[in-house]
Write a protein that binds this ligand. Structure first.
Ligand SMILES: [Zn+2]
Length: 71
């Protein structure tokens, strides 16, 4: 469990990867929709779990629950 913010990260548009805002490593967020301002201008959902932004693609039909665990 993280108690103190120690690191700041960019949250990015899940469509085009453009930087949007800063969050820190204690953040938790879901159900918040942001509009990409620097890139594609589309809306995306902001999901942060325990200080890590989760990129959920807007088309759940063909996205088989991607786990970003590249070893
Ligand atoms: Zn974008």
């Amino acid at each position: 469990m993280i108690t103190a913010p120690t690191e700041r990260k960019w949250l990015t548009c899940t469509h085009c990867g453009a930087k949007h805002s800063i969050y820190d490593n204690t953040a938790n967020c879901n159900g918040v929709f942001l509009k990409c301002t620097r890139g594609c201008k589309r809306e995306f959902e902001l999901i942060i779990e325990d200080g890590v932004q989760v990129s959920k693609k807007s088309c759940p039909a063909d996205s088989p629950r991607t786990v970003h665990g590249m070893s």
